[in-house]
Ligand binder design. Structure first.
Ligand SMILES: *[C@@H]1O[C@H](CO)[C@@H](O)[C@H](O)[C@H]1NC(C)=O
Ligand SMILES: *[C@@H]1O[C@H](CO)[C@@H](O)[C@H](O)[C@H]1NC(C)=O
Ligand SMILES: *[C@@H]1O[C@H](CO)[C@@H](O)[C@H](O)[C@H]1NC(C)=O
Ligand SMILES: [Zn+2]
Length: 569
């Protein structure tokens, strides 16, 4: 058994290495040589209406396919302190050079009202919001606290370095050992960086072929642009001679509803990998996978995800055509059929939260819902958990999203488990995650019916509400991952593993809670920074030493210079 699992893991690491080397040529983030010239003066109009300038340039770009004139590319005054700007591809500068993300401090209802009105009227790109602040992407304007002073640079840094680097000579043969740990992904090359779909899908296939006993690849449906929405089904249900009248309890963990939230995609793969490789080794996980099936959907929105890699790093919606030729895309998390809300100003197709003209008009949301219904109606599945990963702001949100005026029937249970998830994260990494109703994660807006709460972004038609209400999923959460705004959607790759690890701990807590073990604190207290189920950690560690010793021989092989190259910078 031990020998077998060692072999599996080492073959896996070679294959992952191959996977990661192959597609580097295919990553097509636009590169154009040449550098943007600093622009001398801004017209006063630009200063007064930065948002309108941004909106106009965006529209021009979408209609004519030309990047708008870069305004203020890396302002002169900052040029010396940010020399990296001169190495930025000009297309990135053109799109983002003058943009900033501003945090609006919302301390009075009047401020909330005013900002909500502006956001509604101008279709501003609202990045995140809590009850205290809202982050909005705009043209530069000195009036507000500037959260991310140089968006272009941050975007540039968030792409894997290979994307922009010239192919370097293979002369550099420094030793590199792709150690694959069994209990965490620290040295797993797959999690060293964000991965494009062209790597994620082969990686998923690899999982199914390496772990045939408990991993299968499934297809949720087809996207607007004709891609498959792939998922991994992890569990041992086919082998259990269970009562066929008893439905298979299943937990869905999804990411990438919103294309630019890359950390949600990497975290879904990280949790999947952690569960898959711990099966048969860690008794708690083995039990979990005997009791439940997990369905991991790394990206519900593959069209949008690819678009963020090849065209626009900050794309949020899917890529569906709308009535307005130059404003594409529907918000998948506003498109579900429960309390769908098409009556707000965000029903303009140019809005980042456009819900479509009717429920389930967004193709991918409709496919996911249809698949889930079919599973329950024809495949003897019962969904007991839904964890929808997003970013950013570090919050665990539970139903309802559509309104604060309606309490979910199982409010207390939702709160209890939500607090437990946040606690599991805190114990695992020290990170603070807030726990709230999804309706409160939104900012009140002026569109409220008198007396009622409304919000900057409508919360109707959300996935967690639909699964909770229509599919009767008792524990339905949206988890907004790291960070709290320093980088936002452009979270540096160094966060992939820590975020994955803390989310994995939350998932273990989730599973343990569903198994009926609420005395989880006792186990955690014994060994506070270890995973909940890691009672077998000692055994695993011995195994690890063996694995590490045995992978030494990779060092002598040439195949890894590419990996080494990938790691530099
Ligand atoms: C927001 O404004 C309130 C009231 O003026 C102040 O107490 C708070 O510190 C401010 N928060 C931030 C982040 O600036
Ligand atoms: C499930 O059954 C297959 C075929 O009978 C077998 O090869 C596999 O090892 C079993 N998996 C588990 C987890 O028992
Ligand atoms: C529904 O499930 C059945 C049984 O697995 C399958 O044959 C069918 O293709 C599924 N239909 C859809 C729309 O997914
Ligand atoms: Zn999101």
């Amino acid at each position: 058994m031990m020998q077998q699992s060692y072999n599996t893991l080492s073959i896996l690491s070679i294959l992952i290495a191959v996977l990661l080397c192959a597609p580097t040529q295919a990553i097509a983030v636009p590169w154009a040589g040449g550098f943007s010239q600093p622009h001398p003066e801004q017209s006063s109009k630009h200063r007064i209406f930065p948002q309108l300038t941004w909106l106009r340039d965006t529209a021009i770009e979408k209609v004519f396919g030309l990047p708008p004139k870069p305004t203020q590319p890396g302002c002169d005054k900052h040029a010396t302190s940010r020399p990296i700007n001169s190495q930025l591809p000009s297309t990135l500068l053109a799109k983002y050079g003058g943009d900033v993300v501003l945090r609006f401090n919302l301390s009075t209802p009047q401020e909330e009202h005013a900002l909500a009105e502006a956001a509604d009227t101008l279709f501003l790109d609202v990045w995140e919001f809590t009850s205290n602040w809202a982050d909005i992407r705009l043209r530069e304007d000195d009036a507000y606290s500037n959260l991310m002073p140089d968006l272009a640079k941050t975007i540039y840094q968030s792409y894997p370095s290979i994307t922009f680097s010239e192919p370097s000579s293979p002369a550099n043969h420094e030793a590199f050992t792709p150690v694959l740990r069994a209990s965490n992904g620290v040295d797993n090359i797959f999690f060293q960086n964000y991965q494009p779909l062209s790597v994620i899908i082969p990686w998923m296939r690899l999982m199914t072929s390496m772990f045939t006993t408990h991993v299968r690849m499934i297809n949720i449906g087809t996207t607007y642009e004709g891609r498959d929405i792939h998922a991994l089904r992890v569990g041992v249900s086919p082998n259990l001679s269970q009562d066929p009248s008893e439905p298979r309890k299943t937990i869905i963990i999804s990411g990438g509803f919103h294309a630019r939230e890359w950390i949600s995609v990497s975290t879904v793969t990280y949790i999947a990998w952690s569960l898959i490789t711990a099966y048969g080794k860690t008794p708690g996980i083995t039990k979990l996978l005997q009791e439940f099936d997990f369905v991991f959907i790394p990206t519900v929105n593959p069209d949008g995800y690819i678009y963020t890699w090849e065209n626009d790093r900050l794309w949020r919606k899917n890529r569906q055509q709308t009535d307005l030729r130059f404003c594409r895309g529907l918000d998948l998390d506003r498109a579900f059929g429960f309390e769908w809300d098409g009556n707000t100003l965000s029903s303009n197709p140019c809005s980042e939260s456009y819900p479509g003209v009717e429920p389930f008009q967004a193709v991918e949301s409709q496919r996911l819902a249809r698949w889930a219904k079919n599973e329950t109606e024809n495949n003897n599945v019962k969904f007991v958990g839904f964890l929808d990963l997003h970013s950013y702001s570090q919050q665990v949100l539970y139903p309802y999203s559509y309104s604060c005026n309606a309490d979910p029937p199982s409010l207390e249970n939702l709160e209890e488990l939500g607090l437990g998830l946040a606690k599991a994260i805190r114990i695992s990494s020290g990170q603070q995650y807030g726990v709230a109703s999804a309706c409160e994660g939104a900012v009140p807006s002026n569109k409220a019916p008198a007396g009622g709460a409304s919000r900057m972004e409508t919360g109707g038609g959300s996935a967690i509400d639909w699964f909770y209400h229509e599919m009767r999923v008792r524990f339905s959460y949206q988890i907004k991952l790291r960070d709290t705004g320093s980088y936002g959607f452009l979270l540096p790759k160094e966060n992939i593993i820590p975020t994955g690890e803390e989310a994995f701990n939350a998932v273990k807590y989730f599973g343990d809670f569903l198994l009926g073990n609420k005395g989880i604190e006792n186990i955690l207290a014994e060994d506070s920074d270890k995973a909940i189920f890691n009672t077998a950690a000692k055994v695993a560690e011995d195994e690890l030493v063996e694995i590490e010793e045995d992978v030494e021989y990779y060092e002598t092989e040439d195949v890894n210079w590419d990996l080494k190259r990938r790691r530099r910078r």
